[in-house]
Structure formats: structure tokens, C-alpha cells
Design a protein around this ligand. Structure first.
Ligand SMILES: Cc1ncc(COP(=O)(O)O)c(C=O)c1O
Length: 457
């Protein structure tokens, strides 16, 4: 019998997170204060985050120890399994071998709790009793609600309105774990009220929801802000995924020459890819592919620039690929990929040519998702399905070139709360959105007055 699943013992849980900042060929540019243009220091961030997370944000140490209490919480669902996708390989008729790391086994159903439990832990340790956050598809909101409940913190979630309406059961999940949830833009914050006044029918966006959560946290002593992606410390926490996968691929007797992940803010991609990029940086040949939606093509069509992380310009200026902070992406079903920016660390790696990005339309993505569900059995989250589509395309290209490749991808979550999207696809009602160059140019006008990163004119 050929082995399908490669599983690790709880004792093999990684004991440290991997910090790619220590190994980057080009250091990322600093995050800036919008008013002065000066680099942001730890004290500037203290109203929003606990000091240990701020220190992780700027750490140059290659490895950061994982606290024992976080390891204990991880053991509820980690280590996660690695699968060989033999049935998908056969159906696709490819000569390549396909493996996937499955993060959907966590209680909320995605990779997001890897950082949620760590963030809740450090906040509690430093005396915060309440966290405020945004959520797109609801995966992050449910992960933070879950983590806060386990650690005894209150949690307030601003959920992008379009997802709030499309995914009522993610909402219920968040409430079942005891968090408070409102659709964003909401009446609960100044930013939300301003957007509603200008656009009463606004579908919302991650940029708007971030503004609301930051405003909430900045206005209350007991509350910190918690972000589910983009920031260095979030990507750091996700590296347990790739570290486990390195060991599991060895168990499978395979060495990946292509590593693939979908990218919203960049955290699940980084989680799988960074430990493999550590090897690429020292010379191993490996293609690393980031997959994004054509409707929100941050890495493939957005310039590398300084921009705000949110719509209301409350955050510092972040060096990243961006479509402009007031870009509101079309209402595609992969809500977690509807973000105007992407993590500075991922942006830097794309800029340096260590990561390559591709964008796909959602009908092609759902065709690949259904193909995967009908062969491997798991219903993928629409976000993760972008990676599946990237893998199927990469395997087809390898076949055309007469190459046999070993492809590893991150199946970042299941799609059990996304059946409305599958329903639309299966009834032929799913739309593709093309994004005209003029719309991107319009949105980018918002960043013209901002400082430019070094080396970019
Ligand atoms: C299952 C899943 N995958 C991927 C993402 C995208 O986020 P990130 O790029 O931070 O992994 C999300 C975001 O909500 C998600 O829910």
C-alpha cells in the first residue's frame, strides 16, 4: 500500500518560530510615521500591541522560542497532516507529484489560529483583557474568537459587510465562541460612520474594517488591536506550518521543487514558504509561487510603494505591493484575499525575485476547487483554491515541458462555511471581474503624495 498521509507526533511540534528577516538578502525598508516620515519605533506601537509582539515585529533573531502555553494550545490540532494528492495527480494525468499541508484541521478550520493563540497569549500576559479585530471571510474573526475564549479575553470583531451577508454561519461560529460581531462599515466607530455617510451601500473591505478595529483599540486602555495577517510577527507565528512540512516531506522521501500558497495578506503563504525559502536563499533550487485573485491583483499589478494598511489612514506607512488604500476590491467569494496590500516581507521577496506571483479569475479557481473536492475529498476554502489552481497549472506546464516536478502547497482551510460560493459556481452564477487599468490607476492616485521606498522613483 502506498502512503497517503504523513503525520507527526505531538512531541515533534516545532519549538521555535522561524524569522526570515535574519536571512533576507535585502533588509526590508522601515515602516514610517505618516506625519514625520520617520521610522516607527516600539513606543509608537505600544497603544495597539503588547511589547513582546512589537519586539518580535522588529526582531533580527533567526529563531524565536514558542512559549509552553502556546505549544499546549497548538497541541489541540497540531501537528497538522501532510497528504500526497495521488487522486488529483491521476485525474490531472500529470507526471508531477503533488503534496499538500492541510491546515483545515484546526477547530476554526484554517491556519489562522496559529497566530491567534500566540497573540491572545502575549496580550493576556501583558494585562490586556479585550482584543479588537477585523475579518474578511470570517476565518480570522473565528480564529481570534476561539483563541480569546481559550485564554479568557473579550473579543470584538468587525466583519466586512459582504462576507457578513454571504457567510451567516461564520458569524454564528464567532458568536458561539463568545465574541461580539458587527458588519463593517458599522455605526460603532467614527470611520465606519464616515464611510456609511458617503456610501450607505458599501460592501465594506478589509481596509475599512481595519480602520474600525484600530480606532476601537486606540480608544480603550483595556483593548489591543489584533491583525490576522501582513505584520512580521503574524508571519513569524505561521512558520510552524513549513517547519512541520520540511520534516513530513522528508518522511515522504520527497524534496519539493515548487512550493505554492495563496496570498491575501501573505500569512499562510509565508507560513509554508519561509522555511523553504531559508534553503533557497542558501542556494537550493526551488520555485516559490504566490497565487492571488485577478480581481485583487496586489502582487502582479500593484507597485511596490509606501501605503497605509487601512482605508482611513490610521496605520503607519508600510512598504509593500499595493493597489492603494482606498481600493475596494470586487465582491469575489474569496473574501480573505480582498486586501489592497500584502505583507512587507512577502513584497520584498517578490521584489528580489525569490517569489513569483500569478493571478487567476474566480471561475477557473472554483473549477479547480471542485476538481480537488471530487478527487481528494476535502472541500477547500475559496482562498486556498487559488493555490490549488496554481498547482494544477504548474503541473500542466511541467507536463508540456516534459518535466516531472514535486509540488507542495498549503491547503490553508476548508470551505464548509463557503457553500454559498460553491452553490453559485455549481449553478453557473459565478462572475469573473476584470479590473481595468484605469481603475488601478485611479486607486493609486491616493498614494502619490506619500514617501517613496528607496530605489523606487
Ligand atoms: C483559508 C484562508 N486562506 C487564506 C487566507 C488569506 O490570508 P493570508 O494571506 O494571510 O493567509 C484567508 C484569510 O482569511 C483564509 O481564510
Amino acid at each position: 500500500m502506498e502512503q497517503t498521509k504523513f503525520v507527526l507526533d505531538e512531541s515533534q511540534l516545532p519549538k521555535r518560530w522561524y524569522n526570515i528577516r535574519a536571512d533576507l538578502p535585502n533588509a526590508p525598508q522601515p515602516v514610517l510615521q505618516p506625519g514625520t516620515g520617520e521610522p516607527v519605533g516600539p513606543d509608537d506601537l505600544a497603544p495597539l500591541f503588547p511589547m513582546e509582539l512589537i519586539l518580535q515585529e522588529v526582531s533580527e533573531e533567526p529563531e524565536v522560542p514558542i512559549p509552553e502555553e502556546v505549544l499546549n494550545l497548538y497541541s489541540l490540532w497540531r501537528p497538522t497532516p501532510l497528504y500526497r494528492a495521488r487522486r488529483l495527480e491521476q485525474a490531472a494525468g500529470t507526471r508531477s507529484r503533488i503534496f499538500y499541508k492541510y491546515e483545515g484541521v484546526s477547530p476554526p478550520g484554517s491556519h489562522k489560529p496559529n497566530t491567534a493563540v500566540a497573540q491572545a497569549f502575549y496580550n493576556k500576559k501583558e494585562g490586556r483583557t479585550r482584543l479588537a479585530t477585523e475579518t474578511g471571510a470570517g476565518q480570522w474573526g473565528s480564529a481570534l474568537a476561539f483563541a480569546c475564549k481559550l485564554l479568557g479575553l473579550e473579543c470584538k470583531v468587525y466583519m466586512v459587510r459582504i462576507s457578513y451577508e454571504q457567510k451567516p454561519f461564520r458569524r454564528s461560529l464567532i458568536q458561539a465562541w463568545g465574541a461580539t460581531i458587527v458588519p463593517s462599515p458599522s455605526e460603532d466607530t467614527q470611520c465606519g460612520r464616515a464611510v456609511l455617510e458617503a456610501h450607505p451601500d458599501s460592501p465594506g473591505s478589509l481596509g475599512i474594517a481595519i480602520s474600525e478595529a484600530v480606532e476601537d483599540a486606540a480608544g480603550r486602555e483595556d483593548t489591543a488591536y489584533s491583525l490576522g495577517s501582513v505584520l512580521n510577527h503574524v508571519l513569524l507565528h505561521q512558520t510552524v506550518i513549513g517547519q512541520e512540512a520540511l520534516v513530513q516531506m522528508e518522511m515522504a522521501g520527497a524534496v519539493p521543487d515548487v512550493v505554492v500558497g495563496c496570498v491575501g495578506g501573505g500569512s499562510n503563504f509565508a507560513g509554508l514558504a519561509f522555511p523553504f525559502l531559508r534553503e533557497k536563499i542558501v542556494g537550493r533550487e526551488i520555485d516559490v509561487l504566490a497565487c492571488e485573485p485577478a480581481a485583487c491583483p496586489t502582487l502582479t499589478r500593484g507597485p511596490f510603494a509606501y501605503d497605509f494598511g487601512d482605508t482611513s489612514q490610521l496605520t503607519p506607512l508600510v512598504p509593500m505591493h499595493t493597489l492603494g488604500h482606498d481600493f475596494v476590491p470586487p465582491a469575489i467569494h474569496a473574501g480573505g484575499l480582498r486586501y489592497h496590500g500584502v505583507a512587507p516581507l512577502v513584497s520584498q521577496l517578490v521584489l528580489d525575485g525569490l517569489v513569483h506571483a500569478e493571478a487567476y479569475g474566480q471561475t477557473d479557481v472554483f473549477a479547480s476547487a471542485v476538481r480537488f473536492a471530487r478527487t481528494e475529498g476535502i472541500i477547500p476554502a475559496p482562498e486556498s483554491a487559488h493555490a490549488i489552481h496554481g498547482v494544477i497549472e504548474a503541473a500542466a506546464r511541467a507536463d508540456e515541458e516534459g518535466r516531472e516536478r514535486t509540488i507542495l502547497f498549503n491547503l490553508s482551510g476548508h470551505g464548509h462555511f463557503d457553500m454559498g460560493a460553491y452553490d453559485a459556481y455549481l449553478h453557473g452564477e459565478l462572475e469573473d471581474f476584470s479590473l481595468p487599468e484605469e481603475e488601478i490607476a485611479r486607486a493609486l492616485q491616493a498614494i502619490e503624495p506619500l514617501p517613496k521606498p528607496a530605489g523606487v522613483s
